[in-house]
Design a protein around this ligand. Structure first.
Ligand code: NAP
Length: 328
């Protein structure tokens, strides 16, 4: 059975004006897919990289990786889902900005009863990212002091709460006093206003000169050098995003001169590539939500048709916490 739905498509790279609301066909799911009638869509900074062409993908294409909804049809090879299940995903092929769509079932998990569709859409990509950053890339044990940039953002507010739950002192950065207060209210130990303060000096003060064993940096270009200077000898720089632009032209010698540092540039896809990995990460995330260690901060809601406006707010540092697109 084929249905027609509204979805966002881009035919060229550019500003938010390239996002067009169009009508598309949703064919019957393939053997390994489910059709999801979507209830809410998660907005992420990576959506902007695909719109601008920073992350190239053949045009035309949809946008978005994260959403929640109800299973409407199930491919013949899918065993873990059935029609009517409440589900969510955070790492699909491009195209989550849509009323309904087909998604590979190995990326789709059921939502616990205590989690709403809006919460799930806000949580999956960002929460699974914090899961791998804190539990896989550098496995925090509790007791560490760490630096996490853009702490009042979508990923950031989940990170603040997760760090607190682990007994980790998270030093956050944020660009306004309001954002700093929000990060603190969500569990950050201290927050540095990196638009005014000297981050390296503040990190030294807060750690009695020791600095930190790991920096999580989703800001990219603007914070790269600062982040390296906040690390202890043999510390790990986790560069996981480009909100201010990509880090380019790195001379590896800088890692030696700043203290035999390690650097990694991870992405979520490699950490949730199978249903087993996706389910294990989602179980840990939803477990913390059920125990009320993590609550979901939806700072902004936009209609699907206003996805361009939503992206403008995100790129313009006007948002806090998660942003979702709502569907009727
Ligand atoms: N590698 C992965 O697996 C992965 C997965 C998810 C997300 N990410 C990355 O994690 C980062 C956060 O993602 P998010 O969706 O949660 O976004 P977000 O943190 O809600 O928004 C980005 C934040 O970055 C800060 N920022 C600093 N310089 C900026 C600039 N020049 N332009 C815009 N923002 C700037 C802003 O906070 P202040 O105003 O406080 O500075 C802004 O609110 C992004 O870089 C994203 O690509 C990576």
């Amino acid at each position: 059975m084929k249905t027609q739905v509204k979805a966002i498509r881009i035919e060229e790279h550019g500003g938010p004006e390239v996002l067009k609301l169009v009508t598309v066909d949703v064919p019957a799911p393939q053997d390994s897919e489910v059709t999801i009638r979507q209830k809410a869509v998660g907005l992420n900074f990576i959506d902007i990289y695909f719109r601008t062409g920073l992350y190239p993908h053949p045009l035309p294409h949809g946008l978005g990786f994260e959403a929640s909804g109800v299973v409407e049809a199930v491919g013949s090879g899918v065993k873990h889902l059935k029609v009517g299940d409440r589900v969510a995903y955070g790492q699909s092929p491009l195209g989550a900005y849509a009323e309904a769509r087909n998604v590979p079932a190995n990326q789709v998990v059921k939502i616990p009863r205590n989690v709403s569709f809006e919460q799930a859409a806000a949580l999956m990509l960002k929460g699974l990212t914090v899961q791998y950053l804190f539990r896989q890339t550098y496995r925090l044990q509790g007791g560490e002091t760490i630096l996490f940039h853009a702490a009042a953002g979508g990923v950031g507010l989940i990170a603040c709460q997760w760090a607190k739950a682990l007994g980790v002192k998270l030093i956050g950065t944020a660009s306004t006093p309001e954002k700093a207060a929000l990060a603190k209210a969500n569990g950050a130990w201290e927050v540095i206003d990196y638009s005014k303060e000297n981050v390296v000096e503040r990190v030294k003060e807060l750690t009695d000169g020791k600095k930190v064993p790991v920096v999580y940096d989703g800001v990219g270009k603007d914070t790269w050098l600062t982040s390296l200077d906040c690390l202890e000898p043999r510390g790990l720089m986790v560069s996981f995003g480009n909100a201010s632009g990509p880090v380019e032209g790195v001379n590896l010698g800088i890692l030696a001169s700043k203290g035999s540092l390690f650097v990694t540039r991870p992405s979520l896809g490699a950490h949730v590539a199978t249903l087993e990995k996706m389910q294990a990460s989602a179980d840990e995330l939803f477990g913390l939500v059920s125990k009320k260690k993590i609550s979901i901060n939806i700072g902004q809601r936009f209609a699907l048709a206003d996805a361009g406006e939503a992206q403008t707010a995100l790129a313009g540092r006007k948002t806090t916490g998660a942003t979702i697109l709502t569907l009727d």
